[in-house]
Design a protein around this ligand. Structure first.
Ligand code: MG
Length: 264
């Protein structure tokens, strides 16, 4: 092949194209992906929960007692919360977006109950997905999510199943009740604290009982719970508690009996 000949030029063009394609593929492969932070084993052992009781003690702040959402606002614009209150429960209105408490909290004990509908469809992360953000640090932030999901006979990455600290800690065991039954979360949240310069003074900790069974034991969070990438902290003082209106196509879940005790 002669230098400058049409065949030689075609060969050079093909070579350049192959090189560009290879570097684009390499670039795409090195980009962070959701799968990078998914953990699939070991799978938490299934445990059958006993009967639970969750009536609020005398010093609790009642966040939802079945009557109204006066303690809640839209997380997006702080307008009145638009989820559907009926029959003493509140059902997620996915189009209305996330809702959060009017009040802000630091350390607390939280009780709430949720119900995955009996006719739930979907699989993996798209089956009854919601979440309790233990600190909702702003619309632009991921916050700190305790996952809500149907994990009764539903496989997903274990650090994203029900009662996981999302993408950071799988539950110790799996005490899910079947869809249609009410389930409880009891949480002790120790908020992170920060130095003046924004660096972490003390990290966040979460202890979680799921249907009365210990699933997170004073777990030390590595920062906000991110969908993609490694967790990191961003300084905040106190924060609302947020409930997630997840965008999956499955039937919306419901909550009831939500109360909190401040521990400051
Ligand atoms: Mg969620």
């Amino acid at each position: 092949m002669r230098t400058g000949s049409p065949r030689h030029l075609r060969f050079l063009a093909l070579l350049t194209l192959a090189f560009i394609t290879a570097s684009l593929v390499a670039q795409e492969q090195s980009k962070p992906k959701p799968e990078d932070t998914e953990v699939w084993s070991p799978v938490p052992k299934i445990v059958t929960p006993g009967a639970t009781c969750g009536a609020p003690p005398s010093d609790a702040i009642i966040l939802f007692d079945g009557k109204n959402l006066d303690e809640w606002v839209s997380a997006q614009d702080h307008s009145p919360a638009q989820w559907i209150v009926h029959d003493g429960i509140v059902t997620v209105a996915k189009m209305a977006g996330n809702i959060e408490t009017r009040r802000k909290f630091k350390d607390y004990q939280l009780h709430l109950e949720f119900q995955i509908p009996a006719n739930i469809t979907g699989s993996g992360q798209a089956r009854g997905n919601s979440g309790v953000f233990l600190a909702s640090t702003g619309p632009g932030d991921d916050g700190y999510e305790l996952q809500v999901l149907d994990s009764y006979n539903n496989t997903t990455y274990v650090n994203g199943q029900a009662a996981s600290i999302y993408k950071q800690s799988a539950p110790l065991v799996n005490p899910n009740r079947p869809p249609g039954e009410w389930q409880t979360y009891d949480v002790v949240w120790t908020a992170p604290t920060f130095h003046e310069d924004g660096s972490v003074k003390t990290p966040a900790y979460a202890t979680v009982f799921f249907n009365g069974v210990l699933v997170q034991n004073h777990f030390q969070l590595q920062g906000q719970t991110l969908y993609i990438g490694k967790p990191f902290y961003k300084a905040f003082d106190s924060a609302p508690i947020k409930l997630q209106a997840h965008g999956d196509k499955s039937e919306p879940i419901s909550f009831r009996n939500i109360w909190v005790r401040e521990l400051n």
